[in-house]
Design a protein around this ligand. Structure first.
Ligand SMILES: O=C(O)CCC(=O)C(=O)O
Ligand SMILES: [Fe+2]
Length: 245
């Protein structure tokens, strides 16, 4: 079975439950993300082809997660609200950074009918409640813009770690959805494993990780010609909703 991944994730979950238990808090059963498995996964209202599967680090390439119309509509909803992208600094605060030169919009969970539909689709795809997802972020890179190599997980050694993880806990996976096909450049590159994914409209890159996992170091490479549009959903180990739903 494919299940080094499952075993290591279970280990995470039980460590986490122990931590909660030791603090004398209510023990909660943590839903586990399901990594999409080839050849095809039903994701609510659509079927997604899993065209690439890497066991370590956990990476999946998903074809047909969004229709062309959905990509165009999401871009249209983002255009009027774009602002310079930020990163979460070690302090836990968000700030503009020279390494991330794009513009983005952060939509509230369920903000529009389209966003709600996509969030429900992602939840079905990964079998994880909607509220384990951070608000959807839509990003536009113009020619020359990029997101230099980084980890999406929060470093437990950072001063801001507690603040960043107080609600929702650690990030455990990322879903980068490609909303267009850039004319040239703009691939998502994993330098430590020598892989670059080509953005193709409607497809998505899913990768899961644990804190400290260096293979998940990745970059949005500079766009060389045209524009690149993505929507990113970062997934947390617990619900971000104050009511715990
Ligand atoms: O632009 C890309 O290809 C990668 C984006 C990314 O790393 C992120 O949104 O966290
Ligand atoms: Fe990232």
């Amino acid at each position: 079975m494919q299940n080094k991944e499952v075993i290591s994730l279970s280990a995470d979950v039980s460590d986490h439950s122990k931590r909660i238990h030791n603090k004398g808090m209510r023990r909660e059963a943590l839903p586990r993300i399901r990594h999409p498995e080839p050849p095809r996964v039903l994701a609510g209202d659509c079927a997604v082809n899993v065209s690439l599967r890497l066991a370590s680090p956990v990476i999946r390439l998903l074809d047909g997660l969004l229709s062309a119309q959905e990509c165009d509509d999401l871009i249209a909803q983002a255009v009027p609200r774009l602002q310079r992208s930020v990163v979460i600094a070690n302090s836990g605060r968000t700030q503009v950074d020279r390494g991330r030169t794009s513009e983005s919009v952060c939509f509230e969970t369920g903000e529009t009918a389209l966003i709600q539909r996509l969030e429900e689709r992602i939840a079905a795809l990964l079998r994880v409640p909607v509220h384990h997802g951070e608000p959807l972020q839509v990003t536009r890179y113009l020619a020359g813009q990029q997101y230099q190599a980084h980890y999406d997980w929060f470093d437990p050694d950072n001063a801001g770690y507690e603040a960043m993880t107080m609600r929702g806990g650690q990030r455990v996976a990322s879903l980068v959805m490609y909303l267009n096909t850039p004319e040239m450049g703009g691939g998502t590159n994993f330098p430590n494993i020598g892989l670059t994914f080509t953005p193709i409209r409607g497809s998505a890159l899913y990768f899961a990780y644990k804190a400290g996992e260096q293979a998940s170091w990745h970059a949005g490479m500079p766009v060389l010609k045209g524009e690149k549009w993505i929507a990113t959903k970062w997934l947390r180990e617990r619900s971000l909703d104050a009511s715990g739903n």
